[in-house]
Ligand binder design. Structure first.
Ligand code: SF4
Length: 688
C-alpha cells in the first residue's frame, strides 16, 4: 500500500471548462487520473466543483487525441514528423507573405489556451508577420459586454469578485442560464439567497433553474432587454430614486443621458417587451430598496444585433443608481470559457495590445517596437467575422488557428466552411481532430491544460496558475512551444524556456499587469487585475475613480435595435445555450466517457402548446429550417419554454448543430454574431 501511495502525485490545476475558474488538486498515478480534490483555499470555488470539473478529464487519454502532425494529401491526411510540418508552414507562410503581403495572413487564438499562449500568438501575428489580423472567440460571446463597459466605466471586466456577487443584496440575472453555464457561481447565489436573504430577479425567455428559484421572474420578448432596462432607469429617475451624489461626483454626460431616456416610458416598455407595468416598477423598487445591486448577464444579452447597446444600458442603470465602487455591487458579464477573459487581456484582438492598449497609439507601438526590435502595423486588423468575409473576397489567403472549432461555432457555418475551402493555406492546431481540421492543410497536435504550465484568468479578472500534471501525450506539444517554433522559422529568435518568462515580458510591457509574476501566483495564490508594479492587485475594480478622462464614468445614451424579423413562414424562435454536462460543441466532453455516458446527445425543448398544436411528443424527431440551413433533432416537451419559442442546446457538432441555422447578422458594434436571433420553420419528421 505504501508503494502505491508513493506513486500518487497531487498537482494543482485550474479547470479547463468555464470562466468560474475553479482550482483543485488532480491525483494521478502515471497517466491515470484518480481523483479531483478541491481545496478550501481555492479562491473561486473553495471545496466545490461541478460535474465537468469533477469528472470531465478522461478525454486527455482518449485514443482519439492527435499525437502527430497531419499533412493533407488530396482529400486525405497522412501523419508527418514535426520537422516536415514546420518546413511546410515556413515555406507557405513566407511565400504568401511575400506575394500578397502581411495582411493576407490571419491568426486566431484560443480561449482554452493560457495567457502566455495568447500573448505569443499576438506577438507572432504583429511582431513576426506584421499584421493586426488576430482575434479570439470572445468575438462570439462577450465582446458586446466588454464594449458596453468600456463605453461607460472604462474597463471591460467584472466589477468585483464572486464574493461580491454573493454578498450583493440584490442580483439581477439577464439572459444567463447560470445554474448550467456557471454552476459553482450559481451555487453561491443559491446559498446567499437562502442564508443572507439575497433577492434574485431573473429576466429570461426560458424558465431555467435560477428562474424557478427567483423572487421575481420576468419573461421579456426576445431581444427587448434594452427597453425594459431603460424604462426601469427612467422610472427611477422620475421618482427621484437615482443616486444624485454619485452622479455628481463620479459621472459625466448626465444631462444628455437623462434626455435620451424620454422614449422609454412605462407604456412603451409594456408594448415592446411584454413585461407588465407592475413588473417594471417592482424591479425599480427592488433596486431602490437594496443597498447593493449586481447585474449578471451573458449570451442572452450579448448575442443580438444590439448586444453592445443592451450591455451599455445595464451599465447605465448601475451608474444612475450608484451601484459601482462598492463591495457587492456592479456589473458582472459572466465569461464563458475558462480563459476567454485572458485571451483578450493578452492582446489577441485586432485593435489592442496586451492590457488593452491601442495599436493605433504611437507611443504604445513604439514601446513594443523597441522591446521586440521590429516595426509594427498601426492599422487595426480584421476580427473573426471580417476574416470570413475577407477570405470570400480573396483578400485573406492563409489562417493559423489554434484551439477554436470555428467551422462549427461561428454563425452561419455553411458560409464559414465555404470560406475555409477557399484558403490557400490553413493551419489548425488542436487537441482533437475537430470539424475545422477537415478544412486544414496542416493539423498540429496540441496539449490540453493538464499537460502544460501557465496561467488562466477567470471571470473575476483573477490570474491563477496551472501546473503541468501529465507529460504531453505522444508527440503533442504545449501550444506555446509550437507557436515559438513557427515564429522562429519565420525569422524570430525567441528562446522562452518556461511560460513564466513570457509572463515576465508581458508584465514589463502592459501596465495593467505590471506586477504579475509567477512568484505571486504560487500554489493557490491569485491576483486580480489591474496589478500594480509592487504586486498589489484590485479585487474591487473601481475604488476612487474610473479609468476615463477626469476619473469619471460616462452615461452613454443608447437606442434600441429591434431584433431581426423574418418572413411569415419562419414562425419558430430558436433560443440556444448550454447543458450542464457538456461544454460547447463537446469537443472535450463527448470524448469523456464519464460525461457523455450521462448525457449522450442534445434535444430540442418545446412548449406544451406547440407540442399539442403540431402533434409532438417526447422523442419526436423534427427538422428546423432557417434561410441558412437546417438541423434534425429529437424533441422533449417541457414547461421551461413558452409558445413558439424553442430551446436547442448548442452542445453538438452533429446534425443538430445550432449554427446550421444562424445567419451572418451580428451586433452592430462588435460583429458578435446574433446567435439568439433565429427564426425557423419546423416540420415533424417521425411522429411517434
Ligand atoms: Fe469547471 Fe466551471 Fe464547473 Fe468550476 S463551475 S468545475 S470552472 S466547469
Amino acid at each position: 500500500a505504501q508503494m502505491r501511495e508513493e506513486r500518487i502525485e497531487k498537482t494543482k490545476t485550474v479547470c479547463t471548462y468555464c470562466g468560474v475558474g475553479c482550482a483543485f488538486d488532480v491525483w494521478t498515478k502515471d497517466r491515470q487520473i484518480l481523483k479531483i480534490e478541491p481545496q478550501a483555499e481555492a479562491p473561486a470555488n473553495g471545496i466545490s466543483t461541478c460535474v465537468k470539473g469533477k469528472f470531465g478529464w478522461d478525454f486527455v487519454n482518449s485514443d482519439e487525441r492527435l499525437t502527430k502532425p497531419l499533412i493533407r494529401e488530396g482529400d486525405e491526411f497522412r501523419e508527418a514528423e514535426w520537422e516536415e510540418a514546420f518546413d511546410l508552414i515556413e515555406k507557405k507562410f513566407k511565400a504568401i507573405k511575400k506575394d500578397k503581403g502581411s495582411d493576407s495572413l490571419a491568426f486566431i487564438s484560443s480561449s482554452k489556451c493560457t495567457n502566455e499562449e495568447s500573448y505569443l500568438m499576438q506577438k507572432l501575428a504583429r511582431g513576426v508577420i506584421g499584421t493586426n489580423n488576430i482575434d479570439n472567440c470572445s468575438r462570439y460571446c462577450q465582446s458586446p459586454a466588454t464594449m458596453g463597459l468600456w463605453r461607460t466605466v472604462g474597463y471591460g471586466g467584472d466589477s468585483g469578485g464572486i464574493g461580491d456577487i454573493e454578498q450583493s443584496e440584490l442580483i439581477i440575472s439577464i439572459g444567463s442560464n447560470t445554474v448550467e453555464s456557471h454552476p459553482v457561481l450559481a451555487t453561491r447565489v443559491k446559498r446567499a439567497q437562502k442564508l443572507n436573504g439575497q433577492k434574485v430577479i431573473v429576466a429570461d425567455i426560458r424558465k431555467h433553474e435560477l428562474a424557478e428559484r427567483a423572487d421575481l421572474f420576468v419573461k421579456p420578448a426576445p431581444g427587448s432587454d434594452l427597453v425594459w432596462l431603460s424604462a426601469v432607469t427612467k422610472y427611477m429617475v422620475d421618482q427621484g430614486w437615482h443616486d444624485e451624489e454619485f452622479l455628481e461626483k463620479h459621472v459625466n454626460n448626465v444631462v444628455e443621458f437623462m434626455e435620451s431616456l424620454a422614449p422609454y416610458t412605462l407604456d412603451y416598455a409594456v408594448e415592446e417587451t411584454n413585461l407588465s407595468k407592475d413588473e417594471i416598477i417592482s424591479i425599480a423598487t427592488s433596486i431602490k430598496e437594496a443597498k447593493t445591486t449586481s447585474v449578471l448577464w451573458a449570451m442572452g444579452v450579448t448575442q443580438h444585433g444590439g448586444g453592445s447597446d443592451t450591455s451599455t444600458a445595464i451599465s447605465n442603470l448601475l451608474l444612475v443608481t450608484g451601484n459601482y465602487m462598492k463591495p457587492g455591487a456592479g456589473a458582472y458579464p459572466l465569461r464563458g470559457h475558462n480563459n476567454v477573459q485572458g485571451a483578450s487581456d493578452f492582446g489577441s484582438m485586432p485593435d489592442r495590445f496586451p492590457g488593452y492598449e491601442f495599436v493605433t497609439d504611437d507611443n504604445v507601438r513604439e514601446k513594443y517596437e523597441k522591446s521586440w526590435g521590429v516595426n509594427l502595423p498601426s492599422e487595426p486588423g480584421l476580427n473573426n467575422h471580417e476574416m470570413v468575409e475577407a477570405i470570400h473576397e480573396g483578400q485573406l489567403n492563409a489562417v493559423y488557428l489554434k484551439g477554436e472549432d470555428m467551422g462549427i461555432v461561428d454563425a452561419n457555418i455553411n458560409h464559414v466552411q465555404a470560406a475555409f475551402e477557399k484558403l490557400d493555406f490553413f493551419v489548425v492546431q488542436d487537441v482533437f481532430f475537430s470539424k475545422t481540421c477537415q478544412y486544414a492543410d496542416v493539423v498540429l497536435p496540441a496539449s490540453p491544460s493538464l499537460e502544460k504550465d501557465g496561467t488562466f484568468t477567470n471571470t473575476e479578472r483573477r490570474f491563477q496558475r496551472l501546473y503541468q500534471v501529465l507529460e504531453p501525450l505522444g508527440e503533442s506539444l504545449p501550444d506555446w512551444r509550437i507557436i515559438m517554433e513557427v515564429a522562429n522559422r519565420l525569422g524570430a529568435d525567441w528562446s522562452y524556456e518556461h511560460p513564466s518568462e513570457i509572463m515576465d515580458e508581458a508584465a514589463l510591457l502592459a501596465p495593467l499587469f505590471a506586477g504579475v509574476s509567477y512568484d505571486l501566483l504560487e500554489g493557490y495564490d491569485s491576483l486580480q487585475w489591474p496589478v500594480a508594479k509592487d504586486g498589489t492587485d484590485t479585487p474591487l475594480l473601481f475604488k476612487e475613480e474610473f479609468p476615463l478622462p477626469d476619473g469619471k464614468a460616462i452615461l452613454y445614451p443608447v437606442q434600441w435595435t429591434k431584433p431581426l424579423e423574418f418572413e411569415e413562414e419562419y414562425d419558430i424562435h430558436v433560443n440556444n445555450g448550454r447543458l450542464l454536462e457538456h461544454f460547447h460543441e463537446g469537443n472535450l466532453t463527448y470524448k469523456s466517457k464519464a460525461i457523455s455516458g450521462k448525457t449522450p446527445s442534445v434535444f430540442l425543448e418545446i412548449s406544451k402548446e406547440l407540442a399539442e398544436e403540431r402533434g409532438i411528443e417526447d422523442g419526436t424527431k423534427v427538422r428546423l429550417t432557417s434561410p441558412y440551413g437546417n438541423v434534425k433533432v429529437s424533441c422533449i416537451v417541457t414547461d421551461r419554454v413558452f409558445g413558439k419559442q424553442v430551446y436547442l442546446p448548442m452542445n453538438t457538432s452533429g446534425e443538430g448543430a445550432i449554427n446550421y441555422l444562424t445567419s451572418s447578422h451580428a451586433d452592430k458594434d462588435t460583429d458578435t454574431p446574433a446567435y439568439k436571433e433565429i427564426l425557423a420553420k419546423m416540420e415533424v419528421l417521425e411522429p411517434k
